[in-house]
Structures are given as C-alpha cells and as structure tokens.
Design a protein. Structure first.
Lengths: 270, 314
C-alpha cells in the first residue's frame, strides 16, 4: 500500500515546477517581442505574439535544419533496427556460449568517449568527402547507438516466450519468416520504444553535429548553437526556434519514459 | 537417428524415431542460420571500435599538423610530453574531474531524494514526473543557451533581476563563476536521468517492509537511509557509471557558453581535444589527449561492465 502524504505531494510539485521552469520561461519568451524578451523587470504578462514563429519559418534555412534532423535521426534509427533486430533475435532465442561475451563486448564499445576519436573520424570524413553531409552523421549515429539498440531489443525479446518461435520453426518457417511473422508483432511495443530512444539520442546529439557539419547538413543542435554568436543574440527568436526544436522529442520522451530506463541502463534497471 | 526412439520402451505412440530426431533438431536454428544474424552487428562494431582507436593511437606518436604538411615522421612521446609540460593537460584533467564529480554528486543525491519523494502517492503524480524528467530530452545547445541568456544573463536575465530585487546585486555568472555555471546547467540536464532511473528502481521496494518499518516507528528519513537507498544500490552505481561516460565528453554546453574560457577555466579534456584538433589543427597533440580521455573512460567502463554482467543471465 502506498502512503499518501500531503507534504511530500506539495514538495514534489514544487520540485516539478522548478525543474520545468526554464522551459516554461523559454516558452513565454518565444511569444514575446525581442524588446519584451530582454526587458527588466521581466514580463510575466504581455500580449503574446506569433511573430517569432512566423519569422523563423520565413527564414528558409530553418526548415532545412529541421529536415536534416528528421532525415538523420529517422534514417539512422531505421538502418540500426534492421541491423540490430536479427542480432538481438539470435542472441535472445538461440544463445551460444559466446553470446554473453558478445553482448558485454558490444556494451564496451559504447564506452569509447566520442572525444577520444574526434581526430580520426574528422580526418576519415574529410578524406571520404563526407564532411558536412548527412551521411556522415547517419553512419556515426548508427554505429554509436547500435549497442544500445541490440541490448534494449535483447531484453525485450528475452521476455517473449521462446515456445512461440520454436512452434513457428516446427511449422517450417525460416529465420526471416520467424522474425517478421511471429516475433515482430509480439514485440512491436519493445521495438517502438527502442526506435524512440534512438530517435531521441540522434535528435539531441550535439558533439558530432557541431564538429562534422557546417551548413548543408547541420541539424537543429548545430543551428541553435549559431544563436550563441553575440551579434546574433535574439532571445525571442532563439526561444521560438528552441521550442520548435525540442517539442517533438519532448513528447517522444514522455511517451517512452518507462522503457527508456531499460535502454539507458542496458537492462540493469527495469 | 538410429534409434533412441526405437529402444525407448515407454514408446511414444505415433512418434516414429526418425521423426522425433528431426523435430528435436528442427526446433533450433543451426548456427549457420543464426550466425549471419549477429555477424553484421559484430563486424560493424568491430570496425567502429578498432579503426578510430588505432588511428588515434598512431597519430598520437606522429608529428602531424594539418597546416604544416612539411612536418611529419615519428614524434615518439613528444606529443604526450608537450601536453604534460604545457600544463594544459593538468588543467583540463582537473576541470574534467571537477565537472564530472560535481555533476555526479548533485544528480545522484537529488535524484535519490526526488525518487523517494515521488514514491509517495499524490494528485497529479504522473504529470509532475513528466515535468521533472523533461530537461533530459532537451538538446544541450538549447539548455545551455536558455540558461546562459534568459536566466543567467547579469543584465537582462531573470536570476539577475531576482538577486537585485532582494539586494544581492547581479552576478556575472559566466564571467565570475564559469565552472559553477556550467556544472549547474549540466546538472539540470542530468538530474532527470538520475531521477528517472532511481525512481524506476525505488518502485520495486518491497512495500510490506516499508510498512513494517513504519509501524516500528521509523520516520521517512530512516526509511530512506535504511531501506530505499540500499535498495537503489545497483541503480545508483549504474547512474554513476553511465553519467561518467557521458560527462567525460561534455562539449556542447561549453561550446555555446564559455568556449573554454575565461582563459582556460572551463576547458575540459573534450574541449582541449577540440581546440588542438580543429582550431590548431595539431592532429598529433589532439590524439595524445584523446588517448588519455579513452584511458580515463575505460577505467569507469570496467566497473560498469562488471555491474551489468552480474545481472545478465544468458
């Protein structure tokens, strides 16, 4: 039985409002004029305007950045799932004596800090003419998130009764038939949350997108960074651009919060 | 196939021996069928791990500057020696350790406390939880710029206004307390991560033992210390290790706020490597720093892998 506690409830709500406040404040600023946004004392009540959103969309570039983000995160997630689903399937249902070692080794590749390999990745991208292309980021995101995808899918697949796969096998199904016709419908929620986590990670990734893109392939994190230049400091526009950049991902995060724990802790916490 | 079934006196009616043998084999896929399923992942990760690692290691012993093609050949340990002697490395290491340590301390302590508080039932619990975890889903460049400008700007920011209003005057956060400012922002981003995982873990605390402790007169603090925190032990270690891996590479927040300054006050290892490689084009020096970052991360990684391995029942 859970205990209801008024004091704890009030405290929790204060914490929640405090944690969310910067985002709320940003949302407010996005509806202010540039003058109102920097006004002191700060304005809590004002005539909201959609001017900033209008301006952002007028700026043809914004949609290009947004589109880069969509393409990079969706395509990298799709490729990754195609590679990870069969691997997780084989390891979850037909483990060999090497499966355990393979899984832990995959996890260890995630431990390589991006900064440690910045130099070679930058040089390789340059030599293959992939600097400032979406392909470079897609490749990097597929590879760096692959261990998370395999692990997360593995933990979901493990919870699926093995008998069902074996039954389909007895009925004469091949490997791919088993995966597509039997497994996928059963684990659709697990695959959906794996996809969501990977889209979130790719969408928000800033290290590689800042270092490997300039203009053509720059996704939103790099575009937002361009607001840091002192001469381009428009708080209201920065806020509007930020709201648009984080809104879809925030919703994804809310939907999948529970399953994310599994992916982010490699199954150690469920 | 030669006959376990035949010699089986119990006799499986209607199941001839050959059929049984075949079923037994057919229930499983052959290695020749499952290996190709795993191979692409393994091969890709193998390349992804070995090639850049080998290149970083190789470059770290080379003289290599993108601006000066005349400079080449083996450098021995001079890239490392230069890093050590210039003092930049020690400063960057110190900044990295302070950042990681401070963010870890803040996020784990508050994450655990928040998790315990949210373990209570109260109206709107689900919505409150969503609000708390939201910062984690915000891209780092947005978080950093919103904090730096809208909130922490000494002239027009909200915090400056509030501190002036109560007579404390405004603080030039990024000028005076740059490291604390960045730690503050990063902690705000990662506190939700710690909270989310610790909250998930605390959900599985045995309610009856909490109830029993309560009947014995234990207050919420005693329950937190003696039941909830020990229960979260593994989750806490996972949070510490996962965060460390990510926090060693904090980059975007520094990039858009202080650019490593003032001076080198906020230049961590990640930013140092970036400066050496992409601003100074010193591939050799940057690679040497990269090798050090990799070693640092791997010390933490060993602990993490051990923790996960204990839980993995394959």
């Amino acid at each position: 039985m859970k205990r209801r506690s008024l004091a704890a409830g009030v405290l929790c709500w204060l914490i929640a409002l405090a944690m969310f406040f910067p985002l709320f404040w940003m949302l407010l600023a996005s509806f202010k004029t540039e003058v109102e946004a920097v006004q002191t004392p700060p304005l809590l009540f004002f005539h909201p305007t959609l001017r900033n959103y209008h301006d952002i969309f007028q700026q043809a570039d914004y949609l290009a950045f947004f589109w880069n983000s969509v393409v990079i995160s969706v395509v990298s997630t799709a490729i990754e799932l195609v590679i990870a689903v069969p691997a997780a399937f084989a390891m979850a249902f037909y483990p060999t004596k090497r499966t355990r070692g393979t899984l832990l080794w995959m996890l260890s590749t995630k431990m390589l800090p991006a900064v440690g390999v910045l130099v070679p990745i930058y040089l390789l991208s340059r030599d293959f003419h992939l600097l400032d292309t979406r392909i470079a980021l897609i490749i990097i995101y597929v590879l760096s998130n692959l261990p998370i995808a395999v692990w997360m899918l593995f933990t979901f697949f493990r919870e699926t009764p093995k008998d069902i796969i074996e039954a389909s096998r007895i009925d004469g199904a091949g490997v791919w038939q088993s995966i597509v016709n039997v497994l996928l419908p059963l684990v659709a929620p697990g695959i959906a949350s794996t996809a969501l986590l990977n889209i979130i990670l790719a969408w928000n990734e800033a290290f590689w997108s800042l270092n490997l893109t300039a203009h053509d392939a720059a996704p939103l994190p790099a575009f937002i960074a361009s607001f840091s230049a002192p001469q381009g400091l428009f708080w209201a526009k920065l806020s509007a651009a930020s709201v648009l950049a984080i809104a879809p991902i925030l919703v994804f995060g809310w939907i999948s919060q529970r399953q994310l724990v599994r992916g982010l802790t490699f199954g150690a916490v469920k | 196939m030669s006959g376990a079934g035949v010699s089986d006196p119990a006799g499986r009616r209607g199941t001839p021996a050959p059929g049984r043998g075949q079923v037994g084999r057919r229930r499983r896929f052959h290695l020749s069928e499952t290996l190709p399923l795993v191979a692409p992942s393994v091969l890709l990760l193998l390349v992804w791990m070995i090639v850049p690692l080998a290149m970083t290691l190789y470059f770290s012993f080379r003289r290599y500057n993108l601006l000066n093609p005349m400079l080449h050949g083996w450098a021995g340990l001079s890239n490392y020696r230069y890093l050590v002697e210039s003092g930049a490395l020690w400063s960057a290491l110190l900044v990295t350790i302070i950042m990681v340590g401070a963010v870890l301390a803040i996020t784990v302590v508050f994450g655990a406390v928040f998790a315990a508080l949210f373990a209570n039932e109260f109206p709107g619990q689900g919505i409150a939880r969503v609000l708390v975890i939201s910062p984690f889903f915000v891209m780092p460049t947005v978080s950093a710029l919103v904090w730096k400008n809208l909130l922490m700007n000494p002239v027009n920011g909200l915090i400056g206004y509030l501190t002036r209003a109560v007579g404390l005057g405004a603080v030039d956060w990024f000028g005076r307390l740059p490291l604390i400012s960045i730690i503050w922002i990063v902690a705000w981003e990662w506190l939700p991560f710690a909270f989310l995982i610790l909250f998930t873990s605390i959900q599985s605390v045995d309610e009856s033992s909490v109830e029993a402790a309560r009947l014995d007169g234990a207050g919420p603090i005693a329950i937190f210390r003696h039941i909830q925190v020990p229960h979260m032990g593994r989750a806490i270690s996972v949070v510490v290790m996962m965060e460390t891996i990510f926090l060693i590479g904090i980059f975007a927040e520094i990039f858009v706020t202080t650019a490593g300054g003032p001076g080198i006050a906020t230049t961590n290892l990640a930013f140092l490597i970036y400066q050496r490689a992409l601003l100074a084009f010193n591939v050799g020096g940057a690679s040497a720093a990269g090798v050090i970052a990799i070693i640092l991360a791997n010390i933490m990684a060993l602990f993490l892998i051990n923790t996960v391995a204990k839980r993995l029942d394959v």
